[in-house]
Design a protein around this ligand. Structure first.
Ligand SMILES: *Cc1c(COP(=O)(O)O)cnc(C)c1O
Length: 405
């Protein structure tokens, strides 16, 4: 008997456990005070009314002997795939066929399990700092090598620094990389990529036979009309990219669970169709996503749904604007927050992430996320999120201003 030895190498998820511990400790020491959370990576506004109505209708159908539905297509219902194709792609000048879209129960899992399509000896490139799920997925299936913090992290991963000097846009790999995780607008830095920037990656990937794994979870937060929403807005991306999109942050689906993965049929490697492989894998591994949830996701695209989604996004982005403005007033150097719900900030004078985190917690009762938790290059930064309540956010920043004045 053997277990998957890769789990031995996997470090515990220190970040959120450590934050929770420090917060619990604070609460014991300040029983009468109210904590304000600017660190949450979850939405707080409820699902749009149009989504709720569509799901209630779907529940009724499921309880009616004439309209009940059992297993659906593993790939997702055609009504949803067709709508996504039309509204998210065709409307932006991208032609996809609906069967190039795979509905899933959210993309955290897809971003990881996509590695099943690729050989074990591929080199994976990952941004630093990064959304930790990619790292963990690579490690669990043995693609990350050994974990050696003294040597900079996982020995087999190709780290791409996202730092102030490059505007948080990683440079093309200098050595070999077969798979590259990219996420724009970015969690945690809030950086949003231009077409020209992404075109360099597409050109590089087509030339080197690499595949881009493009996480577009925050696409709806893009406010600048010049910025691309999809990697497929770049010419020739269909031969080198896979895109992941989620209803989680867009439409409050973090608890409902729905997203989708786009794999163009034109994407071939080693004489195999990655589209065909993913389809085959899904039929082996999945029985699809709840009909009720897919009807809810479809309603995101109705006129009413679109309007309600936009209202929530506007609400969050106004929070982001307030956070950026107030942090600057208090002497922080601030990035992001314009086309992403994340603000990436550091002090003018160097201060390490955890010290800064503790200062804000102890002096102001504000919870943030230490940047170092997202990778070594996050040291010195804090991540603040726009997903909180408006009043609480404003109150938090008021406390902050007092501290630094
Ligand atoms: C929140 C988030 C996701 C969403 O994952 P779901 O499983 O669809 O909820 C994906 N990628 C990034 C970078 C995220 O921050």
């Amino acid at each position: 008997m053997r277990v998957n030895e890769n789990f031995r190498e996997l470090p515990e998820n220190y970040l959120f456990a450590e934050i929770a511990r420090k917060v619990a400790d604070w609460e014991v020491r300040h029983p009468a005070e109210r904590l304000i959370r600017l660190g949450i990576g979850d939405v707080t506004r409820p699902i749009p009314c149009a989504v709720k109505t569509a799901m209630l209708r779907a529940v009724e159908e499921m309880g009616d002997p004439q309209r009940f539905r059992g297993y659906g297509s593993e790939q997702g219902y055609s009504f949803l795939r067709e709508t996504i194709c039309r509204k998210d792609y065709l409307a932006r000048g991208i032609s996809l066929s609906e069967d190039e879209i795979f509905i899933s129960d959210g993309i955290k899992s897809d971003c990881g399990t996509i590695l099943e399509l690729f050989g074990k000896d591929n080199i994976i490139a990952i941004c630093n700092p990064v959304y930790p799920a990619y790292l963990d997925a690579a490690a669990i299936c043995g693609r990350a090598g050994e974990y050696n913090p003294a040597a900079g992290g996982w020995t087999k991963l190709h780290y791409l620094p996202c730092v102030e000097e490059n505007g948080f846009f990683p440079s093309l790999p200098t050595g070999r990389a077969d798979l590259v995780y990219l996420c724009f607008p970015n969690n945690p830095t809030g950086a949003a990529a231009t077409k020209d920037y992404l075109a360099q990656w597409v050109e590089w990937a087509n030339r080197t036979d690499a595949v881009l794994l493009f996480d577009g979870a925050y696409e709806r937060f893009i406010a600048d009309p010049a910025l691309p929403h999809s990697i497929f807005e770049i010419d020739d991306a269909k031969t080198c990219a896979i895109e992941f999109r989620s209803f989680s942050k867009t439409a409050g689906f973090t608890g409902l669970r729905c997203g989708y993965t786009v794999i163009p049929k034109a994407l071939q490697r080693c004489g195999m169709s990655l589209h065909g492989m993913w389809k085959r894998r899904l039929s082996a591994r999945s029985n699809g996503v709840s009909y009720i949830v897919q009807r809810g996701a479809e309603a995101v695209y109705s006129d009413e749904g679109e309007k309600q989604v936009q209202e929530s996004i506007d609400y969050y982005m106004e929070n982001a604007a307030v956070i950026c403005r107030e942090l600057r007033k208090s002497g922080f150097v601030v990035y992001g927050g314009k086309n992403a719900p994340y603000v990436w900030a550091r002090r003018g004078e160097a201060m390490d992430s955890w010290r800064l985190f503790e200062l804000l917690l102890n002096e102001c009762g504000i919870v943030t996320t230490p940047g170092a938790g997202f990778g070594t290059q996050g040291e010195g930064y804090l991540r603040l999120t726009a997903f909180g309540d408006r009043k609480a956010t404003a109150q938090a920043l008021g406390r902050l201003e007092k501290l630094f004045h």
